[in-house]
Ligand binder design. Structure first.
Ligand code: ADP
Length: 204
């Protein structure tokens, strides 16, 4: 696999956990999935996904970092898009970012327990972002942990939605993508993904 920056924390290898796996191994995917801990704005790939808000005009967290690095031209293009609904995805250029494009998606806001509605919207964020990437012939994409910051989606539930949705999409469309990177920022998320990845992408 290709090392993008530092060392990816996870790449498929022999599984000694003995856990019951939800998904069978799909060898075509073994080299396409990476876990990267760090700043998504540093990734030099086709596109990074932004956990944006409905205005698409920038905010805090990963959204703020992306807009700061991309520069003001990103906000100009975003303004022309006239917002984005929860679960939808829209694409812009990357401007000052090393990534060529940014796919902006709006995650659900969770207050209290996660309902079916929020779960479905989060699933759509991942699926629509992947569709947007492949429609535009983009072959490498990185996701942050959508909705798990200020939007309040519990990370230990969101990780399953993220991994399951990407796995199902790749089972059908793996020829269209070379790499999907899960970009985690917090040590606790790195741990969660390390633990959960083998359930959805069982190593050989
Ligand atoms: P949301 O509003 O969708 O919850 P946040 O930006 O608040 O989005 O948080 C989403 C995730 O992005 C969190 O796990 C947060 O730690 C992470 N994050 C914050 N800054 C960055 C960054 N520069 N690169 C990657 N992930 C980041």
């Amino acid at each position: 696999y290709q090392v993008i920056e530092d060392v990816p924390l996870w790449t498929p290898k022999a599984d000694d956990s003995g856990k019951k796996l939800f998904f069978k191994r799909n060898e075509a995917l073994d080299l396409k999935i990476s876990l990267f801990r760090g700043d998504i704005t540093k990734l030099e790939i086709d596109c990074i996904v932004n956990a944006a808000n409905k205005t698409l005009l920038g905010g805090g967290g990963v959204d703020g970092a992306i807009h700061r690095t991309a520069g003001p031209l990103l906000k100009n293009e975003c303004a022309e898009l006239l917002g984005c609904e929860t679960g939808e995805a829209k694409i812009t250029g990357g401007y000052g970012l090393p990534a060529k494009y940014v796919i902006h998606t709006v995650g659900p806001i969770v207050m209290g327990a996660v309902g079916k509605e929020e779960e479905n919207r989060l699933r759509e964020c991942y699926r629509h972002s992947l569709e947007k990437a492949t429609e535009n012939k983009l072959r490498t994409v990185a996701f942050p942990c959508i909705s798990t910051g200020v939007y309040g989606y519990p990370p230990d539930q969101a990780v399953h939605i993220a991994l399951e949705t990407v796995r199902k999409y790749l089972d059908e469309h793996h020829a269209k993508l070379d790499r999907v990177i899960f970009c985690v920022f917090l040590p606790s998320d790195a741990e969660l993904y390390l633990k959960t990845l083998p359930l959805y992408f069982p190593p050989g």
